[in-house]
Design a protein around this ligand. Sequence first.
Ligand code: GRF
Length: 206
Amino acid sequence: MRVRTAILISGRGSNMRSLIAAASDPSFPAQIVLVISNVENVEGLTHAAAAGIATKVIPHKSFPSRQAFDAAVDAALSEADVTIVCLAGFMRILSDWFASKWEGRLINIHPSLLPSFKGVHVHEQALTAGVRISGCTVHFVVPELDAGPIIAQAAVPVEHGDTPDRLAARILEQEHKLYPAALKMLAEGGVKLENGRAVFQPARAR
Ligand code: GRF
């Protein structure tokens, strides 16, 4: 049985598309059953619908508090019988309550080699720091922003004369490979969150 998975987006949804593409192979261990956006009419929703995936818009502005918004997202996920949640360019900070409730089943992709360069303007941060290598990270989501245990990373060289946009594009190519690989690993039990750490199980031991 494939693991029922939802993707939360706020915009373009290119990582969402890479997850949907990977999961369109019936041998992939996760099945994408729902895409939720907190913003109406974004590009990602159009792509998800075109791929035949159920979509739902839950506009955060319609809720009186973060907790009320998170409760609505949680209800939609439960209604769709979701087990794993992937954040993919989801631009809302989730409450501690939500992160705790979904602990070990909630993952995010971030366009830097964490723990370097958390938050926003990530590529500007990398260029300002002068690092020669940046990259992307898939991690378990914990209450603290961009701080959860790391599941997978890919390194990308910073080139001379890079702009934030050029570096972002080079990293995004790797994101599109890394996120499906990380979701596969989680869905087939190759990684678990235990006592605040990512614990890896080699395939032969499962
Ligand atoms: C990606 O760079 C992702 O790492 C970050 O936001 C961006 C989303 O892009 N969290 P997309 O919506 O997946 O195209």
